[in-house]
Design a protein around this ligand. Structure first.
Ligand code: GAR
Length: 192
C-alpha cells in the first residue's frame, strides 16, 4: 500500500481549519497523516488543537518582522518540516508571507486557504474588504502558494452569500463554515 502523504499544518490563530483537517483524517475521509502543527504565536489555538489530536505541536519564534519570518526562522521552518517527514505544507490561518527558503524547499507543495473568492480581496481581513466593497457574494479559496500575496494557482472555491444585515463577524463566521468543508476536500484532491 502507498504511504500516506505527510502534512505539516501551519497557523497563527484559533485553528478551526486545522481541526477540520484533523477530523477528516481521523474519519479516514482524508487519507493523509498530520506530522506536525507549527505556529508563530505561542499558545495559539492551533497548537492546542494539534495536541488534542496527538499531533506534535511546535512554536516557531518568527523573528523581528510582522508580515514575514526572519530568514533564519524560515530556514529553520523548512528543516523542522523536512525532519518531521512532511510532504505537503498546509497553511491554515498562517498570517506571514513565505519566501524563497520555503518555496524552494516545497515547490508546488504549499497550500493556503483564503477567506475570499480570489483574485478578489487578497491580503488581510478579506471578509471586511468584501463588505466594504458592497459585494453580494464572497467565499473562500484554496490555492497553491507562490511568491505573491494570495496569488498562486487556484485549486477550489466555495461561494458564500453576503446578507443585508451581515457584520464582519457574522460574515466571517459563515465563510469559516464553508472553509471547513472546502479545505479537507481540496487537500484530498491534490494529495491523491
Ligand atoms: C481563516 O478564515 C483563514 O481563511 C484566514 O484566517 C482564518 C483562520 O482561522 N486566513 C487568512 O486570512 C490568510 N490570508 P482558523 O485559525 O480558525 O483556521
Amino acid at each position: 500500500m502507498m504511504a500516506r502523504p505527510g502534512l505539516g499544518i501551519l497557523g497563527s490563530g484559533k485553528g478551526s481549519n486545522c481541526r477540520a483537517i484533523l477530523e477528516s483524517i481521523a474519519k479516514r475521509v482524508l487519507r493523509a497523516e498530520a506530522r506536525i502543527g507549527i505556529s508563530d504565536v505561542p499558545d495559539s489555538g492551533i497548537l492546542h488543537v494539534a495536541r488534542e489530536f496527538d499531533v506534535t505541536a511546535a512554536y516557531l519564534p518568527p523573528g523581528k518582522f510582522r508580515t514575514k519570518l526572519a530568514a533564519e526562522a524560515e530556514i529553520e521552518l523548512g528543516q523542522i518540516l523536512r525532519d518531521a517527514g512532511v510532504d505537503w505544507v498546509v497553511l491554515a490561518g498562517w498570517m506571514r508571507v513565505l519566501k524563497e527558503p520555503m518555496l524552494q524547499a516545497f515547490p508546488h507543495r504549499i497550500l493556503n486557504i483564503h477567506p475570499s473568492l480570489l483574485p478578489k480581496f487578497p491580503g488581510l481581513e478579506a471578509w471586511k474588504q468584501a463588505l466594504a466593497a458592497g459585494e453580494t457574494i464572497t467565499g473562500c479559496t484554496v490555492h497553491y502558494v507562490d511568491a505573491g500575496v494570495d496569488s498562486g494557482e487556484i485549486i477550489a472555491q466555495r461561494e458564500v452569500p453576503i446578507l443585508p444585515d451581515d457584520t464582519p463577524e457574522t460574515l466571517h463566521a459563515r465563510i469559516q463554515i464553508a472553509e471547513r468543508e472546502l479545505y479537507p476536500t481540496a487537500i484530498r484532491q491534490v494529495c491523491a
